[in-house]
Design a protein around this ligand. Structure first.
Ligand code: GTP
Ligand code: MG
Length: 477
């Protein structure tokens, strides 16, 4: 376990993914970086490693380390690989310690042998996330930024990357620090008031305190609201395709995936189970779910399929209700199905390739759908309407609202839990003030809210929390 502000040992790890690659990077960080690396890195220009210029690439030979080999024979050993070596002198490095990165050929054999040299020369193998943990402990990053690093590595879409980058740049830290310091300023005044209470000095302006608490609660509330978008970004929005049997649900799934994932036949009741696949539209990740067609049936397997459809509908961020445009008689009753109550949905009228254009135009009038219901004629055979459907889907799952100017989006469950706690403390503090509870009690809740915010940035933290966060990283980060 590492102590705050730098530790004694020097760590190493392969920083690039396992597998074959053009380049593989080995990272070394710690106070003895130069001394250790001098034992197996020979700079081609002949200058001693400990005198190389910082933040420049140097061509070097990487040698095996054999403790029993003398200094003289070290110079004639056959190198493991030739590599580019960069030295980043403390504190201008990722960890704020002395760092060396070796950019070698990305073969597993090369990387394993160089790692062995590092270990033989005196490094310890880094634990997962230890480089980033050192960056945090050395004050280079706060905890929300360290989590931004992890989110950046794990980002699977442009949108989630954009949010991760904002956390990494410190947007969340800034917002949280501001809120926290206002609360702490209030707390200080409140506590001063408590000390003088016998002298009958009224504690800090009640109105000012209420104002700060309300404003903080608003910002915390907005951040919590953003966490729905955050979840959608983290896990992908769940878009569930539903409808009567044989209307073309599986055909639509296949079309949207660009793959014949689900079985399509002319027999109603073909799909019995949920079929779930991930797609990327417009930089967002979506989880598309095809379901069993809804009808009354005595077939036990089909009934179980329909029960699963109900579960999927419950978890959906958006439903696509598919109707066969040639059989509008089944359209009306489908809107009466109780499981669709209160759900967000889009109606698609499929198989329009079988209709004349005049009939297609008359469709929405015939259905007389409420004005707020989006309906779209499509054909999974010709592909008509599918581009518009994609746009409607990304719009309706709410990912378009993520403009860069928007305040910070919460994507992290830890942050969400902390903010919920903070909101409760703020609500309790406000209640206490309104009901005239003594300032001591208000101060307790105010402290609770401020401390909660401190947990986001790591101003207040425990080893256990740190370990939990950094263990999610890969080794080498
Ligand atoms: N002409 C035409 N036929 C279509 C279209 N979409 C689907 N079909 C046909 O309709 C039939 C049923 O398609 P599926 O995709 O299996 O329908 P489904 O809704 O998944 O059916 P179940 O799984 O049984 O509930 C198949 O014969 C498809 O080829 C379309 O846009 N136009
Ligand atoms: Mg199907």
């Amino acid at each position: 376990m590492l102590n705050a502000g730098g530790s004694g040992d020097t760590i190493c790890a392969v920083a690039t993914p396992v597998g074959e690659g053009g380049i593989g990077i080995i990272r070394i960080s710690g106070p003895d970086t130069l001394a250790i690396a001098s034992r197996f890195i020979r700079i081609r220009s002949g200058i001693p490693l400990c005198t190389i210029e910082s933040h420049r690439l140097h061509l070097a030979d990487i040698l095996p380390v054999n403790v029993s080999v003398s200094e003289a024979s070290f110079r004639v050993l056959a190198p493991i690989d030739e590599a580019l070596v960069v030295y980043m002198k403390a504190p201008r490095s990722y960890t704020a310690e002395d760092v060396i990165e070796i950019h070698a050929h990305g073969s597993q054999a090369v990387l394993a042998m160089i790692s062995e040299s590092c270990l033989q020369a005196g490094c310890r193998l880094a634990t997962p996330g230890e480089f980033t943990k050192r960056a945090f402990l050395n004050g280079r990053l706060d905890l929300s930024q360290a989590e931004g690093v992890l989110a950046t590595i794990k980002a699977t879409s442009e949108q989630s990357l954009a949010i991760a980058q904002r956390h990494l740049r410190g947007d969340l830290k800034q917002e949280v620090d501001q809120l926290r310091s206002r609360l702490l300023a209030m707390l200080a005044q409140l506590e001063a008031g408590i000390d003088f209470v016998e002298e009958d000095i009224e504690f800090v302006g009640r109105d000012e305190l209420m104002k700060v608490l309300c404003e903080t609660a608003d910002v915390v509330g907005a951040a919590l609201n953003s966490s729905r978008t955050g979840r959608v970004l983290r896990e992908g929005a769940r878009v569930v395709i539903v409808g009567r049997p044989n209307v073309g649900k599986s055909s639509l799934l296949n079309r949207l995936l660009g793959d014949s994932r689900a079985i399509v036949t002319n027999t109603p009741g073909t799909t019995r189970d949920l079929i779930e696949e991930t797609v990327h539209f417009d930089g967002c990740t979506l989880s598309l779910v095809d379901t069993a067609g809804l009808r009354d049936t005595s077939d036990e397997i089909e009934r179980e399929g329909i029960r699963r459809t109900e579960d999927a509908v419950r978890d959906a961020d958006l439903l696509i209700i598919v109707i066969d445009a040639n059989d509008l008689a089944q359209a009306a009753p489908i809107f009466d199905i109780p499981m669709f109550d209160g759900r967000k949905f889009v109606v698609v009228l499929n198989k329009i390739d079988l209709l004349t254009s005049g009939q297609v135009e008359g469709l929405s009038a015939y259905l007389s759908l409420p004005a707020n219901v989006v309906s779209l004629p499509i054909s999974t055979v010709t592909g008509e309407g599918l581009k518009t459907l994609r746009e409607i889907i990304t719009d309706r799952v709410g990912l378009r609202i993520l403009e860069p100017a928007q305040s910070v989006t919460i994507t992290n469950i830890r942050h969400q839990e902390i903010l919920l706690r903070c909101r409760d403390y703020l609500a309790k503090a406000l209640e206490s003030i309104e009901s005239g509870t003594p300032p001591e009690c208000v101060a307790v809740d105010l402290r609770g809210a401020a401390d909660a915010l401190g947990e986001i940035t790591g101003a207040i933290t425990s080893d256990e929390v740190l370990n939990r966060i950094f263990s999610q990283f890969c080794i080498g980060k």
